[in-house]
Design a protein around this ligand. Structure first.
Ligand SMILES: CNc1ncnc2c1ncn2[C@@H]1O[C@H](COP(=O)(O)O)[C@@H](O)[C@H]1O
Ligand SMILES: [Zn+2]
Length: 342
């Protein structure tokens, strides 16, 4: 590492940042995986040496099966508390001041995580622990593989816990599975109840045919938006829909060839709203500060541009205006006391 990259990394850690696209189970660090392995040493000896494989993806399709093993380590209430707490602590340590975590509710007959409501309550119990270094909210994910009934159950939980930290629902999961139209009524219901909606959008070309249907519901943000045709680009740009940008995720899942060719370049050039995010910091082994370093290197962003990228992302958060104002004040204070960087 050259001195420059080291000082760039230090700057990117110290920048007050916002994270809007982080899947809890994809964000588990190696340290936490080690704790989880230890907890399951007796009951799941086949996971005694489990490590999330590094740089193992030939294609995005290789990504989703990783969760078959990760979920075996996170199948009880204590595990969900542990991962939620560790993920929040790690983001806070990396300089994140406002965090929207997302997760897909799960249940198991043979553990104490008996219902999807148990899952949501457990995550929220940690998210709502009082702390003054970071604000945390929850987005409930609907998996593309879900039936409409399952999607409705997730949305009903989001509605029930709307005043307890849930701000939105998300469409995620295997990009080659399911169809959005099957699950659409669940998203429309979420909107009727005032929840915000974010959708994983066009990570692969096969998702393009359903893109008009996703855009038709008026999503508040989009994840990735990697492969756009002209009609999508026009709609997104005209409506200024903020994009959650996950560069390392895209490069390692091989949906984008290199950082330099990432579509963030176009958003920067055209002044479209975006938020730099991690997606799955455990699987992809990159913290949010690393994502800012990559953006700075790929697009020669100055410290001022990096700060502005963080600041403009406040507009795209799902929390209310009073939190937005509070964050803007906090950012301005940081800026005023860190003029040495600019
Ligand atoms: C790489 N890009 C991606 N595209 C689509 N879905 C993704 C994803 N990264 C993660 N997930 C979704 O998040 C779940 C893990 O976290 P939770 O169990 O919900 O906390 C995965 O099972 C997958 O459905
Ligand atoms: Zn994602």
């Amino acid at each position: 590492m050259s001195v420059n990259v080291e000082s760039l990394k230090a700057f990117c850690v110290s920048l007050p940042k916002i994270e809007l696209h982080a899947h809890i189970n994809g964000s588990i660090s190696h340290e936490t995986i080690a704790k989880l392995r230890e907890r399951k040493r007796e009951t799941k000896p086949h996971l005694a040496d489990y490590k999330i494989p590094e740089n193992s993806l030939d294609d995005i399709a290789d990504f989703f099966p990783l969760f078959k093993l990760i979920y075996q380590l996170t199948d009880d209430i204590e595990a969900i508390k542990l991962i939620t707490k560790d993920v929040i602590d790690e983001f806070a340590h990396d300089g994140i001041k406002y965090l929207e975590l997302r997760s897909t509710p799960r249940k198991y007959d043979d553990t104490n995580l008996k219902t999807k409501e148990d899952y949501v309550r457990t995550v929220l119990s940690v998210i709502n622990e009082p702390r003054d270094d970071i604000i945390v909210k929850l987005i409930i994910s609907v998996d593309r593989r879900n039936t409409l009934d399952e999607a409705m159950e997730a949305v009903d939980l989001a509605i029930k816990y709307q005043n307890h930290g849930v701000v939105a629902v998300d469409l995620c999961g295997d990009v080659h599975a399911g169809t959005f139209d099957t699950l659409k009524p669940a998203f429309l219901k979420a909107q009727q109840y005032g929840l915000k909606v974010t959708l994983h959008f066009c990570e692969v070309p096969e998702n393009l045919p359903e893109a008009p249907s996703l855009l038709a519901i008026g999503p508040n943000r989009l994840g990735h938006a990697t492969l756009l045709d002209e009609a999508c680009r026009k709609h997104i740009y005209e409506h200024k829909i903020p994009i959650e940008i996950c560069m390392t995720s895209n490069v390692l899942s091989k949906t984008v060839p290199t950082y330099e060719e990432h579509h963030l370049k176009e958003l920067l050039a055209t002044g479209q709203p975006f938020c730099i995010c991690t997606d799955d910091k455990g699987v992809f082994r990159a913290d949010l500060s690393d994502e800012y370093v990559q953006a700075a290197k790929a697009f020669s962003m100055t410290n001022t541009q990096l700060y502005e990228a963080c600041f403009q992302a406040i507009d795209s958060i799902f929390a209310d205006d009073s939190i937005k104002d509070q964050l803007r004040t906090q950012w301005q204070k940081w800026f005023d006391s860190n003029t040495k960087y600019f």
